[in-house]
Design a protein around this ligand. Sequence first.
Ligand code: 13P
Length: 263
Amino acid sequence: MRALLIAGNWKMNPATVAAAAGLARAVKAGVGQETTVHIVVCPASVHLSLIDQILEGSPLGLGGQNMHWKTEGAYTGELSAAMLVDIGCTHVILGHSERRHGMGETDRMVNDKLMAALGVGLIPIVCLGETKDERLGDRTEAVLLTQLSGSLAGLEPEAMARVVLAYEPVWAIGTGLTASPEQAQAAHAFIRGWLAQQFGQATADHVVVQYGGSVKPDNALELLSCPDIDGALVGGASLKAADFLAITECGRQAARRKSGKTH
Ligand code: 13P
């Protein structure tokens, strides 16, 4: 069975070092030594170093929110994959829709970043998802196909098995609108079917596919219980420790359901 992965994408929040540290301490205390589900926090890059120190001794992973594909050099304002590893990161979010749509990030760029991340042992969380117009125009699967084939181009099955995908319908991000469990499950099953075609069933069965888009404590259990939803990439609700911890508890319950345990 795939272990569930719950990740908090803090985006450009909280505003101060003190608030970020407080959030990290509260999440660490709430998670304790629990490892039934894998849990990762992805703070702003300026907070990574401090939060790595705060998380010491905890099973929590640490993720960057973006990186450059080059290993070093004259790239003002950028971060390399090796810098993220050096500072203590285990994961990195790539191709988030706020970067695809707000910063012009292309599948080609995501693919280059993916290769660089894998090259230094970071676990990439590659984001995919359709806009509202694309869904209304019945183009969801076509968009996912383009993003999957472009972002994951050139990967061998062994490398694919180290990649996490996050299906985040753009219309559900930060809007309070969530894909229904049926809509999300259908998209995840489509993604897993494509993975099976390209990389074989064993790899497809292994790859963790998270859902993201207005995941909250009151909708997380239903989403996470869907057979092809293996975790959540949480934005707004990850900024309140109590909400994020409640979502991780939903992850534990969903994992128990999926393993057939009743307690
Ligand atoms: P919200 O949970 O705020 O909708 O954000 C989702 C997201 O973009 C996570 O990467």
